[in-house]
Design a protein around this ligand. Sequence first.
Ligand SMILES: NC(=O)Nc1ccc2c(c1)=C(Cc1cc(-c3cccc(C(=O)NCCN4CCCCC4)c3)c[nH]1)C(=O)N=2
Length: 289
Amino acid sequence: VKKKGVKDFELGKTLGEGSYSTVVAARDRTTGREYAIKILDKKHIIKEKKVKYVNIEKNTLNKMNHPGIVRLYFTFQDHNSLCILLYHAKNGELLTFIKKLGSFDLNCTRYYTSQILAAIEYMHDQGVIHRDLKPENILLDEKMHIKVTDFGTAKILGKNVAGETDDRANSFVGTAEYVSPELLKEKAACKSSDFWALGCILYQLIAGRPPFKGGNEYMTFQKIVHLDYTFPEGFPPVAKDLVKKLLVLNPAERLGAGGKEGVKQLKSHPFFDGVRWDTLWQQPAPRLL
Ligand SMILES: NC(=O)Nc1ccc2c(c1)=C(Cc1cc(-c3cccc(C(=O)NCCN4CCCCC4)c3)c[nH]1)C(=O)N=2
């Protein structure tokens, strides 16, 4: 079967711009199917030594098959570009809806936080830490179900040279407002770092802004390592309790830490009361009010 190239697609609007990539809507000229093509400039990624991030994205996404994670169909390249064919989520980024609505009610917050947690649980089971979870990387499909994207800074946990399972990933990544204290202090992320980001996203869904936001990155980092944040008036107590148990400086003491048992405890928090985890992806999304 002849491998498809960029000429087989009719390119549409730009869906996103990263420092090393542009994501463009694309329609397959033969099937009419819509995709998102992530286009990376070869010269640029080689010059900026980012080739490893492209391989990380390909290797992590190729390992995943989950309704809450964006699908990678295939990759192709021409003289100048590397192209990654990905799922097109019609409703774009969760961040757009947070900005548009200001904040989500408790029912919508619970629904979206549950879907994000289910996707995190799955990727951790595959030995993958995302490390850059944030509302820009949580996409919404036409059913308003989530699809986590951007695994370019993910980490596949495996055996280190001594043959022990390494559960820490050593390289600085992440976006200031959502980066965990252990990544700032020890430059080492772990699965629990994704639960820190979940706490930041949960807070933001209700408050309409992230918990840690300084005038610049350094000020934001200071707020994080000193756990310097407050809840706005009217923040629902059950959500406040969960945020406090996720935004814990010591990753080992964070709710969700400690493998499958930890995730079980997290999913049993009263905030998730009433969530049907087994049919989550079949349930219609609540109307965003
Ligand atoms: N870094 C990455 O890997 N980025 C990626 C990867 C894959 C991917 C990706 C990003 C996508 C981003 C995306 C962006 C958009 C989008 C951008 C701009 C506008 C809209 C849009 O308005 N959609 C219609 C629905 N709107 C939503 C907001 C309220 C009004 C109605 C969607 C749709 N999908 C995508 O669909 N698939």
